[in-house]
Write a protein that binds this ligand. Sequence first.
Ligand SMILES: Cc1cc2nc3c(=O)[nH]c(=O)nc-3n(C[C@H](O)[C@H](O)[C@H](O)COP(=O)(O)OP(=O)(O)OC[C@H]3O[C@@H](n4cnc5c(N)ncnc54)[C@H](O)[C@@H]3O)c2cc1C
Length: 251
Amino acid sequence: MADLETFRKETRAWLEENCPQSMRQPITSDDDACWGGRNPAFKSEDQRLWLERMAARGWTAPDWPKEYGGGGLSKAEAKILREEMARIKARPPLHSFGIWMIGPAILKFGSEALKRQHIPPIVRGEIRWCQGYSEPGAGSDLAGLQTRAEDKGDHFIVNGQKVWTSYANKADWMFCLVRTNSQVKKQLGISLVLFDMTTPGVSTRPIKLISGSSPFAKPSSTTCASRRIKWWGRSIKAGRLPSTCSLTSAK
Ligand SMILES: Cc1cc2nc3c(=O)[nH]c(=O)nc-3n(C[C@H](O)[C@H](O)[C@H](O)COP(=O)(O)OP(=O)(O)OC[C@H]3O[C@@H](n4cnc5c(N)ncnc54)[C@H](O)[C@@H]3O)c2cc1C
């Protein structure tokens, strides 16, 4: 308990010294939020600095293991950090589908190589991820998805189309649900693949909302993907990066 009190004191002092004043204001618009990525759009130097300082301590992902760049905090310590940030109204340093969605899955199911490849850049906010689940014919009934991935041993050939993919046009990598087996019950024939959005064959088109803004995109994933992680009971396989890609036109 004394240790936790010390941790609280040190955390409070560190935040006081390192959280810029402008990062202690509520987020009022999308660009107030820092999403990181290969081409990060920082609204201010303070925003950049806040991410850099928090990421250097692994505090963008406070309770992830230190060996992959996380903060290595216990649950109790992470709670104290959240409380101390709330006390000074500090903004989260990073908004990230990597931290919220795919990172925890990689940590739980991924191979050692997969963790080493993806977790540190997620913690540092260097790679922005999007979620490729919904399809034109597979929404609430996700198990109806049609995007196919052909297992080529050390890589996959992926063909299909996703839709309503938030920030697909800004993302660097996608975690994508694909059908790898059509012979079994539809819920079981699905795998999760990860691919770089710059892979030849991947393209996105924005979907304009009635407001005129466009947070969604329609990526056509006609590409290859390199990694498979356990998903709905399927086995883990981490292959090397693909050397070839197959292209077909989007549906
Ligand atoms: C803010 C937001 C962000 C999103 N971001 C992403 C993203 O980044 N990536 C991604 O993959 N998806 C994303 N989605 C999800 C995606 O946009 C779709 O909303 C979702 O997949 C549902 O599909 P749909 O709109 O085609 O609806 P449908 O599945 O066609 O459903 C339409 C209506 O029918 C009902 N319905 C569906 N099936 C049945 C059934 N069998 N029986 C009775 N009623 C049924 C549903 O409840 C719903 O009311 C996001 C959604 C929201 C709201």
